[in-house]
Design a binder for this molecule. Sequence first.
Ligand code: GAL
Length: 418
Amino acid sequence: MRRFMTTTAIAVLMGITTGVPAHAQDQGVEVLHWWTSGGEAAALQVLKDGLFNDQAINWEDMPVAGGGGGDAMTVLRARVTAGNPPTAVQMLGFDILDWAQQGTLGNLNDVASAQGWDAVVPTALQQFSKYEGNWIAAPVNVHSTNWLWINKAALDAAGGAEPTNWEEFVALLEAFKAQGITPLAHGGQAWQEATIFDGVVLSLGNDFYKAAFIDLDPAALGGEQMKEAFDRMTTLRTFVDDNFSGRDWNLASAMVINGEAGVQIMGDWAKGEFIKAGKVPGTDFVCMRFPGTQGSVTFNSDQFAMFNVSEERRVSQMAMAAAIMDPAFQSAFNVVKGSAPARTDVSDEAFDACGKKAIADLAAANTAGTLFGSMAQGHAQPAAIKNALYDVVTRHFNGELSSEDAVTELVAAVAAVQ
Ligand code: GAL
């Protein structure tokens, strides 16, 4: 990989604008994140290596396991409350804006203008990377949630055809069941159920997804289509194994990788697990959009929000921000992570077939106006509303609510926190 913008260059840049001396280069960065699975750790290593090998910036690792980052955000709150925020924090969507609003984030404008971020970061991401016109976070990727990850041998044994709609998908799950494998690999955690729900709701129409999750239209949240969405969740629930409760998402991915299960409905971080296990798209596994959602994308972007830290640490912090936005890094990192680059000018050449598809789908959805923030991944609504939605979806999935009751509760839960 070519060298990132050097620390010295950053220090000079910072020195010009903040008076930070150029010798303040070895403060290191403390990074809070939830990338603890095999594929995630491999991707993170690309960033650590880039910073340490190229610039001798020390990396103080602060991992907090838990997909979707719920636990990481709890730890973060304690750190900020104690007056000791980490240098950089992996963060999603509305959470970034929430911290910015509280005045806790630093200002990345100098690095952003030196590297021309405005011109290359998609507008859909900038809405979360900037607050009141100032850059506050560096986006490292674009993931999306409306994907299926299918074991290729199991698909072939079921006739080999990719399901194009809900009925064909259910038929495929039935075929997996007949093969004696777990049809649907799932981990019973609220955020994972919400991730499935993204795809299910989107499969009932772009307008419906937007009305329900972006606009919070009570008619969409409480209507017949939402009942249909919950009925589809009930159907999916019949295809998971008995031990699904509490299972981590990467263990569900492993079930598909090992041929114990047919398919996982998960964001494209799942691809990182397949790649880490040496699996090849098209040979060992198949990636496709949740049936009925090709052409639309429910996205989320991992960004590193930069907190207000000491002047000395700020040099390393800015070097990290610059390293993240380096085009060569964006390619190298996202090839391993399973995501698309957070810049529009990075070639898809180094990416496998699923990565190329992710990049092409993202661009197409952006042009068509069918690119939507993921509800499950904090890109549709702020945390309070997201958590209210999670609660109803997970209670329904676990059999505590009928579809009728879930629809009623959904409207009430959203209204209560709005
Ligand atoms: C998401 C995050 C992904 C992936 C996933 C599972 O919230 O955006 O990068 O790591 O959690 O941990």
